[in-house]
Structures are given as C-alpha cells and as structure tokens.
Design a binder for this molecule. Sequence first.
Ligand SMILES: NC(=O)c1ccc[n+]([C@@H]2O[C@H](COP(=O)([O-])OP(=O)(O)OC[C@H]3O[C@@H](n4cnc5c(N)ncnc54)[C@H](O)[C@@H]3O)[C@@H](O)[C@H]2O)c1
Ligand SMILES: O=c1ccn([C@@H]2O[C@H](COP(=O)(O)OP(=O)(O)O[C@H]3O[C@H](CO)[C@H](O)[C@H](O)[C@H]3O)[C@@H](O)[C@H]2O)c(=O)[nH]1
Length: 330
Amino acid sequence: MHFLVTGGAGYVGSHIVRTLLRQGHTTVILDDFSTGHRWATQGQEVVEVDLKDLPALRAALAGREFHGIFHFAAKSLVGESDEEALLYYQNNVDGTSNLLRVALENGWHRCVFSSTAAVYGNPVTATIDEDHPKAPINVYGETKLAMENLLEGVCNSKSFGAVCLRYFNAAGAADDASIGEAHTPETHLIPRALKAAAGNGGDLTIFGDDYPTADGTCIRDYIHVEDLADAHSKAMDYLQQHSGFVALNLGTGSGFSVKSVVNACEKVVNRAIPHTVGPRRSGDPDSLIADASKAKKLLGWRPKRTDLHTIVASAWAWEQVRPVIDTDGG
Ligand SMILES: NC(=O)c1ccc[n+]([C@@H]2O[C@H](COP(=O)([O-])OP(=O)(O)OC[C@H]3O[C@@H](n4cnc5c(N)ncnc54)[C@H](O)[C@@H]3O)[C@@H](O)[C@H]2O)c1
Ligand SMILES: O=c1ccn([C@@H]2O[C@H](COP(=O)(O)OP(=O)(O)O[C@H]3O[C@H](CO)[C@H](O)[C@H](O)[C@H]3O)[C@@H](O)[C@H]2O)c(=O)[nH]1
C-alpha cells in the first residue's frame, strides 16, 4: 500500500517509515523540516510543505492516491508551547485542520495520529487508561487534545476512520541504529543522560528529588520507538476494516524513576554519568504509567523491548553513530 507520512523526517515518523518500507509498502513524506532531518527520509519522496499553508498543501498533494495517512507533524516542546501558544495552536491544530480538509477533498479516509499522554494532565489513578479524565496542563497537551477532537468530529460527520495513539515516553532507536532521536534542543531524559556520558551534551540535571515516589524522582513509562512503529502499522491494518474514532494508549505498563534511568544509562555506558539534582521542572507530574490493555486487545499489539536496559542500549548505539549521520544540523 501507499501512505502519506506527515512529519516523516522527525524522530518517531522516520521509524514508522522504516517499518512500512520493510513491510513492502511505499511512502511519501510530507515535512517542512522545522525540526526534521534530510538524513531521516531514507530515500523516500519528500513533499516539502508547511501544513499551515493550505494552498501550497493542496497544490502539492492534488491528484495523489493514498491508502492512509500517518500524521506525526507537530511541534512538541512542552516549555516552548506555554511561551508560544498561538504558534502551537496554529501549527498543530490549524495544520491538522488543513490536512483533514485536503484528505477529504481527495477521498483519503484513514488516519493514524500521534497523540500523547500529555492529554491526561496530572494523573488521578496509578495507571492511566483511556477513560482517565482529559485535563492537559500545558498548551502542547491542549493542542493534541484539540487535534484528537478534530479527528473525532470528522469521523462522526464523514466516512472517516482515525486511530489516535497516545504515547507515553518514546525512547530508543532503530534496531540497526540507522536512525534515532535527534531533537534540537534535546529535552528528553535518556538522550540527555547519554550525551552527558559521551561528554558532548553538557552536564545532566535531575529535575527534582522531592516527589512522593520511592526515590523522590519522577516516574515515567518508556516505550521503545520500534514498538511504537509496530503499533502504528497495526493501527493502519485495523483501519482497513473499521471506520470511526478510537484512542489508544501506548506504553509498557512499567514505570521507571529518573534515578533508575540514570543508573541504567551508567550501566550501559559502563561509567559514571556526571549529574546534579536541581529544582523541579514546572509541569512534571509525579508519575505517568500507561494501561495499554485496549491497544493490546484491539490491535493485537505487544511491546517487545520492554526492559530499561534494552531501551537505553538501543539509544546508546544510536548516540555513538549519530554525529556521523546527523550532518544537516537542524
Ligand atoms: N517523542 C515523544 O516522546 C513523543 C511522545 C508523545 C507524542 N509524540 C508526538 O509524536 C509526533 C512526533 O514526535 P517526534 O518526537 O518525532 O517529533 P519531531 O520534532 O522529531 O518530528 C516532528 C516532525 O514534524 C515536522 N513538522 C512540524 N510541524 C510541521 C508543519 N507545520 N508542516 C510540516 N511538517 C511539520 C517536523 O519538521 C518534524 O520532522 C509529534 O506529533 C509528537 O507530538 C512524541
Ligand atoms: O534533563 C532532564 C530531562 C528530563 N528529566 C526528567 O525526566 C522525566 C522524563 O522527562 P522527558 O523530558 O524525557 O519526558 P516527559 O515525560 O516530560 O515528556 C514526554 O511525555 C509526555 C507525556 O506526558 C509528552 O508526550 C511529551 O511529548 C514527551 O516528551 C521527567 O520527570 C523530567 O523532569 C530530568 O530530570 N532531566
């Protein structure tokens, strides 16, 4: 089959492209390279356009046929989102509205969408299932919830199918380390810890050790990007048989504290990682752990790379080759 992948030059999107190619599908990547990379496009046709630009989007995609859309393109820095609310609403919500408009005009009626645990806000239960209240605590989460609502509205009013995948903390790299995470600035814990280990990313600060958890640091559910890719592929298979809207959590169901992640990184790199403990980062919930039973049941999906050592080792394999591959800056 032939798929449109928005944001396919970014971290998660490029791994889904890689999985689709291995399965024998073909893809067109739509990206404005605002945070994506040319090296991540893996020889695929690229439509370089900004989703905010409806006339350009229409012109670039007119007359094409796709069996479905994977929609990753978004801005996703929590701190930046609170400072640039208008930019985030325009990019994420208006961009998605334009994409759906062009999809309906062209008769493409399936979309697998990158959502996030950030739609839930502060958890009120130990593990989070899809019925947990949706109460985002930052603009990024608000825009992702608005994008979900937009998709749900289109599903309810037109012949359209959408699966919203709410990822918890994406981590790791391709199994062959050919592509991996490369954000600028990098805000995520595992790459920051590994950069500190490699001596090319400054020191690592643990953001707060006074949370009500066993070791005082925040707990997160880290899901390997190859397992995410597998879930996306299964979600698109599901949409070949079903229409309507569904939202599914993607996580392993296991939580790891920031300190245990740093320890795992030290074991993988086989040396101490210089770090200090600083104040809390604003907007960090104590603990975010997925209940992903619905995705398992509906998609027949099972995460395979669930232990922390495997996840960190995969990120470390990429971190060592990345300086050679990541030559286009950005
Ligand atoms: N990385 C995570 O831990 C995580 C967790 C939950 C959800 N998500 C979601 O997954 C998706 C991908 O995240 P990522 O970490 O790969 O981010 P990324 O920044 O690496 O990738 C996003 C891609 O979208 C492109 N893009 C952004 N705005 C665009 C626009 N207006 N027009 C065209 N292209 C545009 C960027 O250039 C980039 O290639 C995002 O939607 C994000 O919200 C990520
Ligand atoms: O240098 C760092 C970086 C992070 N952390 C801590 O490590 C944990 C994980 O932080 P990340 O920045 O790696 O990830 P987040 O949990 O903040 O965010 C991720 O999960 C969210 C879901 O709530 C969203 O989906 C978001 O897009 C995605 O990046 C947090 O407690 C954070 O405070 C540190 O202590 N030091």
